[in-house]
Write a protein that binds this ligand. Structure first.
Ligand SMILES: Cc1cc2nc3c(=O)[nH]c(=O)nc-3n(C[C@H](O)[C@H](O)[C@H](O)COP(=O)(O)OP(=O)(O)OC[C@H]3O[C@@H](n4cnc5c(N)ncnc54)[C@H](O)[C@@H]3O)c2cc1C
Length: 380
């Protein structure tokens, strides 16, 4: 075998797994189709639970030096004019994916990890008993184990014939960086018919603007003044933000077919982490923390396998242990996230929900806290 382990995708979960397995001394190959740095579609709002993980991965000082923006408050509004302000349960951070993914990739490169970018994986064959063959545009590689960390949706899902890829999803998202409004120390979430939009500051001082909407919103005519689909302009606060903002990104990033389905922890004996296993609704702002955490859950089990503690007779038990650990940690959060997403995109439910949070602030704060993992004693 060329490698002990091949990791497909050098996003947050893939880099995190590569760094940890590299630190343990395994022969790791990390494959990424893009070349960093690149802008990625994301709200760029990080839960505090990532701080401890950044420290373990050895990037916390760099995150601090870059000037990640601390965020302490949330502001929710609806198209009907309802609003709710709350303290976040703990400090969150605004940091661009342009910097974060690069930082993690460079950290993996600095360890004993073979990192290969501009390498697109086209197929994977083999199994845990015999080993794997990974085919790419740069040739074939072999390993004892493969981790799938290739994100929300990839052509690789189709070539592996994963079931979720057969189902169409109507959710489309866009993201860009803007200036012109003063949004400091707060994550703003503005609901509009069939979607919502998040705004928060990143390390450059720019505002990251990211919205997700049903495809029918994206088919609407643009508001002639605001140059956004008319539904977004139905939220008066959001309309006001767009009236005053100027886009600094050259292009907006866009992504369609976003699904919140559970996709499975193992598929064809490939261990899935991050969004490849399942993504939480963006409203919760916890997907990046979950991606990093899922790598933390997988690594000790993968290490047991590579150490020879798993044999052909207990491979199923090994796969089951990962599924149980993953579900124990994420299942409730994912369900709550889906329910919140479904409420926030429907004007009547969004109005009702935000008004209830306004009347009972402790309930609103509890819901915000329940969509994320423990903050521990993390300080930034
Ligand atoms: C609209 C929206 C807003 C969001 N906002 C937030 C937020 O504010 N806060 C938050 O915490 N989370 C947010 N998320 C979720 C978050 O972006 C993801 O959960 C997180 O990026 C998952 O990381 P990952 O490592 O699983 O995947 P990714 O970061 O997507 O990495 C996957 C990598 O795999 C590579 N890849 C794919 N296919 C191949 C292939 N065949 N060969 C080689 N490489 C391949 C890709 O290029 C990519 O680099 C948001 C999601 C959406 C959709």
């Amino acid at each position: 075998m060329n490698y002990d382990i091949i990791i497909i995708g050098a996003g947050l979960s893939g880099c995190s797994a590569a760094i940890q397995l590299g630190q343990l001394g395994y022969r790791v190959l990390l494959l990424e189709q893009n070349h960093y740095p690149i802008h990625k579609l994301c709200g760029e709002f990080l839960s505090i639970e990532v701080i401890e993980i950044f420290a373990k991965l050895g990037i916390l000082d760099r995150v601090r030096t870059l000037g990640a923006q601390p965020i302490h408050r949330a502001y929710l509004t609806t198209a009907s004019g309802a609003s709710f302000r709350s303290q976040l349960p703990s400090t969150a951070l605004g940091l661009s994916r342009y910097q974060l993914d690069l930082m993690l990739f460079e950290r993996a490169q600095s360890l004993n990890v073979h990192c290969q970018d501009l390498t697109k994986v086209a197929g994977v064959s083999g199994d845990l008993a015999k080993g794997f063959l990974v085919s790419t545009n740069k040739g074939n590689f072999t390993s004892r184990l493969v981790i799938g960390a290739f994100g929300k949706r990839s052509p690789l899902d189709r070539s592996l014939a994963r079931q979720f890829i057969q189902q169409k999803s109507p959710w489309i998202a866009y993201k860009g960086h803007f200036t012109g409004v003063d949004i400091q120390d707060v994550i703003e979430l503005h609901s509009f018919p069939n979607g919502y939009c998040g705004l928060s500051q990143i390390e450059t001082g720019e505002i990251n603007v990211c919205w997700i909407a049903h495809q029918r919103v994206m088919q609407e005519e643009l508001d002639p003044e605001l140059k956004i689909p008319k539904s977004l302009g139905q939220n008066p606060v959001l309309a006001d933000r767009f009236r005053n903002m100027q886009q600094t990104s050259v292009n907006l990033q866009g992504l369609s077919q976003i699904t919140f389905a559970l996709k499975g922890n193992f598929y064809n004996d490939i261990c899935m982490i991050g969004d490849t296993a399942g993504m939480i609704a963006p409203l919760c702002g916890d997907g990046m923390a979950m991606a990093l955490r899922s790598a933390e859950i997988a690594v000790p089990l993968v290490s047991q396998f590579l150490n020879g503690e798993v044999n052909v007779n207990n491979i199923n038990k090994f796969k089951q242990n990962y599924a149980i650990a993953w579900q124990r940690e994420f299942q409730t959060r994912l369900q709550l996230g889906r329910a919140m997403h479904n409420c926030f995109v429907q004007p009547v439910l969004a109005h009702l929900g935000v008004n209830i949070c306004h009347a009972f602030p402790f309930l609103g704060s509890w819901i915000i806290g329940a969509t994320r993992g423990g903050a521990g004693q993390s300080k930034f």
